[in-house]
Design a protein around this ligand. Structure first.
Ligand code: 5GP
Length: 125
């Protein structure tokens, strides 16, 4: 069981398969801790996903269980990708969906990086 009560990590999830190289992705950056790649259905001109390399379902799992270096490495990549994508001057949004109410579709913790245009209200009314 994950710390959130969500189901345990499922090694067949699509991001696990991308990490294993079974499914291709448009890679943006990769290091020992994280992989960044373009979302298959981009919602903004820049829409990059950043995923940790460990088997974490949610932010809660990741932050409770991952080593400090892995957590730091992951978040450093988020910022580095935003900079490399040219988003720092105009800004961007980092978003992570968690569980059912959050609308999480892929049960491997990930962060969306949106930019390239005004991304609108934080939560639709
Ligand atoms: P979630 O709703 O879980 O926060 O977001 C999952 C995201 O993964 C969605 O934006 C969806 O478009 C993206 N996605 C789903 N399957 C694939 C895939 O096979 N490749 C890539 N690059 N993105 C995917």
């Amino acid at each position: 069981m994950s710390v959130t009560g969500l189901p345990p990590y499922d090694d067949s999830n699509i991001f696990a398969r991308i990490l294993r190289g079974e499914i291709p992705c448009k890679r943006v950056a990769e290091d020992d801790y994280a992989l960044a790649f373009h979302d298959i259905a981009p919602q903004t001109p820049v829409h990059v996903l950043v995923i940790p390399k460990g088997r974490w379902v949610s932010a809660a799992d990741f932050h409770a269980g991952a080593e400090d270096a892995a957590i730091a490495g992951f978040w450093r990549m988020v910022s580095a990708v935003a900079k490399a994508q040219g988003l720092e001057a105009t800004g961007y949004r980092i978003l992570s969906n968690m569980g059912q109410d959050g609308g999480q579709e892929v049960p491997h913790f990930h962060v969306h990086l949106f930019g390239g245009r005004r991304v609108g209200r934080m939560v639709p009314l």
